[in-house]
Design a protein around this ligand. Structure first.
Ligand code: ISE
Length: 338
């Protein structure tokens, strides 16, 4: 049975998801699309053979729609996720699940009341072949017990002049999620340091250096620099007691000419994480179809979405106060126990 997806949001990410669902993912089609900008919804709908709809809540409730994909602006996520839960439909929500911890809590409460997990959060790095390989190496004991995780996250440009907290809540939040997934434990302390800001950042504190400590004592450093100019790059090296393992550059070729070697970099995250997005959608669609048996998925649950927002807020507090912030998460509700 094919899964008919209702897409909310037809911007950069929504359009990309529509393209993947119509061409690169098996067992799914886009049935209806809503966007605040009707013309944009119509354009993406035309490309993917879907119906443009003008009411997002009607789209979610429509009986022809089996599952809901949310790629609208961050503050709208909560309302649409809650509507999908109310309709009893699987929902994949782009990060963040909600911008506030209270909003994420309302989603946990609604899903718990429903009694079954319906929500997936679009932390796509968990589906990246490189990160999966890193996790396998760690879990198989190839490098011994983890000690330090070095992360670098750079964008060529990202809203110069945006509030400094966005560098954490919109960008570093990926490292917050992927680190706790990779290490399989929680972050318990955060400090944020800032150098003199880059001129291209237009007044935003950028770059930022996050220093995080996990419950068992592993240290994580994250340099996040979203106006770095030269390209899109995500690096990660895990240092263990007997070895290290590091993401490699995903370019397929190296050019040698004019006295140098070059690997090209993408200019944004879509080409860098193309396979991760495809695999994320395929896992989600297989889960929604209950493909027999659905492959175990590394995807982020609503609880993971809650924790990501919680950690991001703690880091914003660390940024604002300059001091280390101790982090104590509430207990994981029964629905999200492994
Ligand atoms: C963007 O929203 C993303 O999610 C990208 O993965 C990240 O690299 C970028 O910094 C964010 O703005």
């Amino acid at each position: 049975r094919e899964v008919t997806v209702g897409l909310i949001g037809a911007g950069v990410m929504g359009a990309d998801h529509a393209r993947l669902l119509s061409g690169a993912v098996a067992g799914a089609r886009v049935g209806g699309i809503y966007d605040v900008d009707e013309a944009r919804a119509r354009r993406v709908a035309q490309d993917s053979g879907a119906r443009p709809l003008i009411d997002p809540l009607k789209l979610i409730a429509d009986e022809s729609i089996d599952a809901v994909l949310i790629a609208s602006s961050d503050p709208t996520h909560e309302e649409y996720v809650l509507a999908a839960i109310a309709a009893g439909k699987p929902v994949l929500c782009e990060k963040p699940l909600a911008p506030t911890v209270a909003g994420c809590q309302r989603i946990l409460d609604a899903e718990t009341a429903y009694g079954r997990r319906l929500v997936t959060v679009g932390f796509m790095r968990r589906h990246d072949p490189g990160y999966l390989e890193l996790k396998r190496a760690l879990d198989d004991g190839d490098i011994g017990a983890p000690l330090v995780l070095h992360c670098v996250h750079r964008n060529p440009t990202n809203n110069p002049g945006q509030p400094s907290s966005n560098v954490i809540t919109n960008s570093a939040v990926h490292e917050l999620d992927v680190s706790r997934w990779l290490l399989g434990e929680e972050i318990v302390e955060a400090t944020v340091h800032t150098p003199r800001p880059a001129r291209a950042a237009g007044g935003t504190a950028d770059p930022q250096l996050l220093i995080l400590r996990t419950a068992s004592g592993t240290l994580i450093d994250v340099e996040v620099f979203v106006n770095a100019g030269y390209g899109y790059e995500v690096r990660c090296e895990l240092v263990g007691e007997t070895g290290t393992v590091q993401l490699d550059t995903p370019s397929a070729t190296v050019a040698r000419r004019g006295g140098g070697t070059t690997r090209s970099l993408p200019m944004d995250w879509r080409p860098r994480f193309a396979e991760a997005y495809r695999a994320e959608l395929q896992h989600w669609v297989d889960g929604a179809r209950r493909a027999n048996p659905p492959a175990p998925s590394p995807a982020a649950t609503a609880w993971d979405g809650y924790v990501a927002t919680y950690l991001a807020q703690a880091c914003v507090q660390a940024f604002e106060t300059g001091g280390p912030v101790a982090i104590e998460l509430p207990n994981r509700p029964a629905l999200y126990q492994p």
